[in-house]
Design a protein around this ligand. Sequence first.
Ligand SMILES: *Cc1c(COP(=O)(O)O)cnc(C)c1O
Length: 410
Amino acid sequence: MIDKITLLDLDNNDALKSFRKEFYIPENTLYFDGNSLGLAPQITQEKMSEVISTEWGQGGIRSWINHEWGISPQRIGNKIAKLIGANEGEVIAADSTSINIFKAIAAALQVNHERKIVITEEENFPTDIYMMQGLEAFAPSTITPKIVPSSNLLESLDESVAALLLTEVNYKTGEISDMREITKQAHQKGILVIWDLSHSVGSIPVDLNSCNVDFAVGCGYKFLNGGPGSPAFIYTAKRHQSQVKPILSGWFGHINPFAFSQQYEPAKNINRFMCGTPPLLGLIALECGVDILLKADIKLLRKKAKKLGSIFIELMKDKFKSNEFELASPMNDEKRGGHVSFRHAHGFALSRALVKRGLVCDFRSPDIIRFGITPLYMRYQDLYDAVELIANVTGSLSWKEEDQNVAFYT
Ligand SMILES: *Cc1c(COP(=O)(O)O)cnc(C)c1O
């Protein structure tokens, strides 16, 4: 049995504890949803305010140059590169993850142009699958999507496959895929690999270059704390960049946007993966989140996250002796990313009841409640309070009838 004193001790001795002060912490709330929307850094408000009042307010359009707005996608991309084991010039902050998935699939098909099959797993996040389907609807002769159960993934890789599109940390279970091994096996068959890092970046150490990854994308508003709808990023290994002729051939990916020429010619570098004008305010907020992560050692963060997760699982096991909650995440800390999921027969109603009482978690159909683990601003004592609250709610009589129809955006 872990008691609260032990957890308070862990908080006192936590090497990362000072980071919590850098965030707005919602009042009367246990926030277990930073895997879906990271909390707001205080510096973001200061920086945004300065950008709006001074750079935009006084500088107007001149700030694209005078305040380096124009190179912010590259600057922030290079910062994100440090979090995911990529080189300078391989990552750019742009667009949404969904759009970047589209770009990466199209790019992989161009590089591997003699093949058409793109494989993903049924368990992948739906937008990854939808983007393949959209490309197929538009250009059926160029792509054949194949959606296989993850249990069949490796057997389905053969010399007819152009690309493999996978998410490293499963959005429902939090299970981490073996990026190094899967990428290696795909490469042995001449298959290019695209990794979706939405639930990885800022949560677990990623090493794209050493795993020889071809393309990757990821999300800014989860563990990067870039703010709601924050710009995302795309990584393209240097060796592939010049072979890709962007389909989303907007003027910002042009070799010289301000020449206003009639003919599209892609930039020579990662810039060709941009499309339109960079969303500057969103980028500035994203950069604030990324800067905090760069100050915190990702290895320390990961160590704390594993410990938070395993203590949470243990507390839940101690509290609920029956099988009311079934762990849907790996028990093994090494295999579990930044959230802990439980199946529960009344998962939806329970998750709503918990949110209503201040424990912000979320629900994924059909029966999974997800609890996000965010070591930057989460405390060990929060785990104890969360489990107590879950016990109070499930022990009360009325929660199953509550607000079943409330639509939630988490
Ligand atoms: C969150 C998430 C996305 C988000 O895509 P958006 O375009 O930002 O809505 C994409 N893929 C995965 C795996 C995600 O978890």
